[in-house]
Design a protein around this ligand. Sequence first.
Ligand code: ZN
Length: 432
Amino acid sequence: MTFTLRSRQVYLPDGPRPATVTVHDGRIAALGPVDADCDEDLGDLVLLPGLVDTHVHVNEPGRTEWEGFATATRAAAAGGVTTIIDMPLNSLPPTTTVAALREKQAAATGKCWVDVGFWGGAIPGNAGDLPALHDAGVFGFKSFLADSGVPEFPPLDRDGLAAAFASVDALFVVHAEDPGHLRDTLASRAYPDFLASRPPAAEVAAVGTALSAAAAAGVRVHILHLSAADALPLLREAAAGGVRVTAETCPHYLTLDAHAVPDGATEFKCCPPIRDAMNQDGLWAGLADGTITVVVSDHSPSTPDLKRRESGDFAAAWGGIASLQVGLSAVWTEAQDRGFTLADVVRWMALGPADLVGLTRKGRIEVGADADLVAFAPDEPFVVDATALHHRHPVTPYAGAALRGVVRTTWLRGVPVGDTPHGTLLRRSEDR
Ligand SMILES: [Zn+2]
């Protein structure tokens, strides 16, 4: 099947220009002049590549009541995200063996509105499983240096990290908080009490640990959800010294301010935590200078009960933020206010994550790429109605937020995402 789409602003890898996009059998077959004949003129809408979100906790199987493939991928499509890579923990079993990957793939089959790939997990004692798991198609391995929040996914110590890094030449993605710098969180409805328990020093120390282990092993390491801008100099220094390191941050660290978190508003709790406005300026500077190249959701919901919506106790609440459907608009609204362009946002949220995991046909509008496309109204304002999101639960810190940028249509491999799921399961090897 062939069709053509026209927009005055088609976001190509080097920026927007007027163009007509020809889609054939799910791929972008040609890019032509904007005055060519077309089947659909997008008018004032811009055409973006579908976003790639490499940090999503779907939680199925095992904790499907928190989220699931059907709900998460519908939310993704509605938010302009056409590829997600699912994190290896919070589902049961965690994705730490080939058998567990098979269970997860079976659970996802037929339920995905967007394309879905999987991370594997590196935990104590499973270094021997990693090569086979890598061959089975996971995009790399996640590990923690501090408690993960779930007992079946324990953290690695320095020796464990070194053993994992030595077991396979893969991309290792690290939740970088050092347990030695974390303090007990006391029962409290006050956000500052929670924030004080997870200081920037915890991230700085753990980033240092990950970088030295990666340098010693010569593997690629990626720092997940960087919150503390204090760690940016370490990352710059390591990259300049030849360590193969990249880093991501998340919409909540870029758009939400610790001082604005109301008492008891546990929907804002995540680890590492949302910090203050000055720290946020530092993260934007890290994006501007290229130290951070990836912005992804870390969508990690739970049930409202576990989120302690009733008591508002930050110590007891699940740490994780639900934002998959609103990440693009949240980041775009703040980026525009800070003088960045939509091309910057596309680079951070589509091309950057696709490149991170080697998905060379995703996250870009170019000939040969998958026709994963988003018609977007960048100037249209809206207020987030949490109950209208496709997330399983209407709990998000963005509830009531006034944002800009509305997704009108999402195409997955040339087909508008509609009432039936036609996402596929991705394997690392297929797109390398
Ligand atoms: Zn996460």
